[in-house]
Design a protein around this ligand. Sequence first.
Ligand SMILES: [Zn+2]
Ligand SMILES: [Zn+2]
Length: 297
Amino acid sequence: MRQTSGKSNRGRKPATQIVMLGTGTPRPDPSRSGPATAIVVNETPYLVDFGPGVVRRAAAAYSKGVTALGPAAGGIKTAFLTHMHADHTAGYPDLILTPWILGRKEPIEVYGPKGLSAMTRHVLSAWKIDINNRINGIDSLPRAGCRVVTHEISPGVIYKDRNIRVIAFPVRHGLKHAFGFRFETPDKVIVMSGDTAPTPSLAEHCVGCDVLIHETYSRQTYEKVSRKWQRYRRTHHTSSTELAALASRIKPGLLVLYHRANAGGALTLADPEEAVLREIRQHYDGRVVTAHDLDII
Ligand SMILES: [Zn+2]
Ligand SMILES: [Zn+2]
């Protein structure tokens, strides 16, 4: 597990830790779970996206010392969703139900785009046989533990407490409602792109950014996919060269690559991870790393 110490907290545990729970894409790569990131501030976790595998990765992070997540992800009480795509939401029933079954007694609060409330209702409805059985049967689980309080968000400040302020900004991803997030904590400014093609709104929200966590795809593999998929990538995602240009302008303290798509030629590349890093470094001389599941930043 990689550790990068915060610049203002040398020698002691930083107030803010970023735990990369899932760094994958829709492709079911066993080593990269669906998109999910925990930002832990003063031992309080804030989850961003809940792709498939989120609860198991949270349990793995707990075993590796991120105790704030709680065993069986029961410590996660607040979550933010960038957009409604399945690779970012397929872990939702898991997030609602599994920690409850294993002991969570309080509702969770989820902030996300329009459609989140309906999705939540449908998830609870789809599992109602199990939910009712666990409440009324031998388990006698408290109903409150599988309640979800949803907040459908608009751009601007969407959340604030004593640990963190969260600002949502619109991104370009072929959906009416898709967001990136800026997180301001006592010792870090973290910007997460969500899924997006290059958009001015992201750069506007990167002032003073310590860590930029950004999706990307390899330019080299782009050349190997069909014209249709090239168009899709151009209009929905950000290439390595586009990201390098963005990072050169905004100069984040650290650039972290996640949701790294290498479809097309990737499977034939000897080292797809190194390939995309090389492409970025050709045009960007700041600090850049590729995220792996369970990295801590
Ligand atoms: Zn998406
Ligand atoms: Zn995605």
